[in-house]
Design a protein around this ligand. Structure first.
Ligand SMILES: Cc1cc2nc3c(=O)[nH]c(=O)nc-3n(C[C@H](O)[C@H](O)[C@H](O)COP(=O)(O)OP(=O)(O)OC[C@H]3O[C@@H](n4cnc5c(N)ncnc54)[C@H](O)[C@@H]3O)c2cc1C
Length: 663
């Protein structure tokens, strides 16, 4: 049998309806149709071909992406694609490009932070690509600490302008995508100074380049920050550096929705609540969580298909060797990642609902849930991006030596994905923000009932006393038992941290000293939310033969895998006995056997095209070995038998005349 037959055989074993699972994964029949159409549009268009990328140099990579981006924009216009469809089109093209910044940072910042007048002027220009913008916040010296930014925007009353200036080397803007060579405008974050007084960091719309010949405007120095990790991923993008030498912009180019500077130089807070920006934040983080599920689904799709094809050891009587997917060790590394992809998918669906809820509340000036929403979305960002980056690397290892080949698709996927742990809020910094919320919530328990995802902390006094009642491995299939275990562990960790904080002279000193424990308590809290979201999703009606049952197995795998991985916490907090932890692990092994027959069908449910996966190992048809060989032959080193440099550098060594004493 060949790889092709192995996958066909695997598909025939599926115990659920794959087509309905595809809809469950996409979120709705409509969402499925849009994704499917855009994925195929990209896959069938030769301009979006990806396999030659590893052979391109930096300049060619960059130009190649410019060409693809221009073609994509033409398709958007020719086919009258909606913004949603255009978003999916960009996603399936699968190359970091300046348009990511345009649509995901520049336009949302204008819409979220601009006044009605500013939006009327700038948003149509951006949406029709008459201007191309980026988001210039990070500097050489500061990223996470936004209040530490050094770029200044000084108000000049006489000319009614702001003077944008980079006073030090470390104030150079550093990282913004598209900044080096493409973008015509940027939202530059700078310290607002009026009459020598500092009024906090604000966003300013700054034109960077001439719209006529694209050259940098006077006083602005622009450049690329250099090659980044991986080859063909972020090196397709011109992340840039910018320095400003007293560059003047009109006063009305400060984004003034929340605070304004008048002609007279008076700084005023508008009556628009500062919290309005929270809705945008929830939306951005929803996209990050959704992207995590997509990236992880790609990696597990490759690793699962390849694991069904790859055979090592175990041949009896001349029969076939064992599929590596049948090894329990392979299953225990891979299946939790398949389950995690689904968990993150449902978490992102839930965040969409949360976004609607937050927007409705903000419209009636109800800010009561914002601290909880802020903490939960920051935690989701950290948890899902960290687990996805680790998961992609694990999938690479699950593919053995071939996983290290660029043609496996996994090294580039990792290089592409891993900065998600850093941008949009560095992951540990995010967990510490969650920790501040947890400490406050636990400290206020006497006065205030926690809401939403923190509601379980309202039962903290009970959760710290009550112990787990599980007696058999089957008891670990009960969602109530699972959820209570996660809640009890998280509550105990949060309460424990608060008790220890009280022993320090000042809360800040305690927070700094215990920050590592606090980050762990935050992670435990975030896991409660992801596990409970998965469980709640399964309480809804899910149509299709065997679909709900397959998802229930994955939900249990996800939860019990986390419990096993963090069993130190569960035991140290005293909620579980060693026997109960061991029963959870027994159940986990049984669950892996239940996932096994469905493994290929589960990853088929992601509906990934071969173009999107860009992996020889993850091909839908399973024709791995012939195509791996074919891909290798395309390497430029195989153009001739005798490579450039052999005659010059190798042959002289071979032909050297050595004195017999040296032999
Ligand atoms: C691929 C990529 C694209 C980017 N695109 C853009 C862009 O378009 N526009 C833009 O403005 N920026 C962009 N950035 C920059 C990015 O937003 C920042 O790198 C990010 O915010 C992290 O900040 P930092 O680099 O200052 O990390 P740092 O904060 O310096 O992190 C270094 C270490 O310090 C730790 N640390 C920091 N603060 C604390 C604390 N209070 N307590 C404990 N530990 C702490 C962190 O956990 C980390 O381990 C991009 C970055 C990357 C990698």
């Amino acid at each position: 049998m060949e790889g092709v037959d192995y996958l066909r055989d695997e598909r025939s074993k599926a115990q659920f309806d794959v087509e309905t699972m595809k809809v469950a994964w996409a979120g709705s029949p409509e969402a499925f149709l849009v994704c499917d159409r855009m994925a195929k549009l990209v896959a069938n268009d030769p301009v979006f071909e990806k396999f030659s990328k590893p052979m391109l140099g930096r300049k060619e990579l960059f130009k190649n992406t410019l060409r693809k981006t221009a073609h994509a924009w033409k398709l958007v216009n020719d086919l009258h694609l909606t913004e949603e469809e255009a978003k999916w089109l960009r996603h399936y093209i699968d190359e970091p490009s300046y348009t990511d910044l345009q649509w995901e940072m520049f336009v949302p910042a204008l819409e979220g932070q601009g006044t009605e007048e500013q939006k009327k002027k700038w948003v149509p220009l951006a949406k029709t690509m008459q201007i191309i913008g980026t988001y210039a916040q990070t500097e050489l010296g500061h990223g996470s600490n936004v209040q530490g930014l050094e770029t200044t925007a000084t108000f000049d009353r006489q000319s009614d302008e702001f003077v944008i200036h980079s006073p030090t080397l470390t104030s150079s803007k550093w990282w913004p995508g598209g900044l080096a060579k493409v973008t015509t405008h940027a939202i530059v974050y700078a310290r607002l100074i009026i009459d020598g007084h500092f009024y906090g960091v604000h966003g300013f719309i700054v034109q960077l380049r001439s719209l006529e010949d694209h050259s940098p405007l006077p006083g602005i120095t622009l450049g690329d920050i250099g090659m980044k990790f991986g080859h063909g991923t972020y090196n397709t993008m011109d992340n840039g550096v910018a320095r400003f030498d007293r560059v003047r912009i009109p006063r009305d180019q400060m984004l003034m929705r929340v605070s304004q500077v008048t002609k007279e130089g008076k700084y005023m807070k508008s009556n628009v609540p500062r919290q309005l920006g929270y809705a945008t934040m929830v939306s951005v983080r929803q996209t990050i969580v959704s992207d995590a599920s997509k990236a992880l689904s790609r990696a597990v799709c490759i690793a699962t298909r390849y694991s069904a094809i790859r055979r090592q050891f175990g041949s009896r009587d001349g029969g076939p060797e064992t599929q590596v997917l049948d090894y329990k060790t392979q299953q225990s590394r891979l299946f939790p990642l398949v389950a995690s992809a689904f968990a993150f998918r449902f978490a992102s669906d839930w965040l969409k609902l949360l976004y609607t809820d937050v927007k409705q509340r903000l419209e009636v000036n109800d800010f009561s849930t914002l601290p909880e929403v802020h903490a939960c979305t920051a935690g989701f960002k950290s948890l899902t991006t960290a687990a996805t980056a680790e998961g992609i690397e694990e999938c690479r290892k699950l593919c053995g030596g071939h996983g290290y080949l660029i043609s496996s698709g996994l090294p580039e996927l990792f290089a592409f994905y891993v900065p998600a742990c850093t941008y949009e809020g560095e992951n540990v910094v995010m967990l510490l923000q969650v920790a501040r919320f947890l400490v406050k919530t636990v400290s206020d328990l006497g006065n205030k009932q926690p809401v939403g995802t923190a509601a379980y902390l309202g039962r903290a006094s009970l959760l710290v006393q009550k112990n787990c009642v599980v007696q058999t491995a089957e008891d670990w299939l009960n969602p109530i038992a699972i959820l209570e275990a996660f809640e009890a562990r998280a509550a105990r960790m949060a309460v424990g941290c608060c008790q220890r904080l009280a022993e320090f002279k000042s809360p800040e000193e305690g927070f700094a000293e215990l920050s590592s424990d606090l980050a762990e308590a935050s992670l435990a809290h975030c896991q409660v939310i992801v596990v409970s979201t998965f469980i709640r999703r399964l309480q809804q009606d899910i149509p299709g033969r065997g679909v709900k049952q397959a998802l229930e197995v994955l939900c249990n795998v996800y939860a019990l895998f986390l419990l096993h991985k963090h069993q130190g916490d569960f035991l140290a907090t005293g909620y579980l006995t060693p026997k109960q932890a061991s029963l959870a692990n027994d159940q986990l092994r049984t669950l892996y056997s239940k996932v096994r027959p469905n493994a290929i069908a589960l990853v088929d449910s992601f509906n990934h095209t071969d173009h999107y996966l860009s992996s020889v190992l993850g091909r839908y048809d399973g024709n791995v070995y012939p195509k791996l060989y074919e891909a290798a032959l395309k390497d430029p080193l195989n153009d001739s038998d005798i490579a450039d440099g052999i005659h010059q550098y190798v042959q002289p060594i071979l032909k050297q005349k050595l004195h017999s004493s040296k032999l």
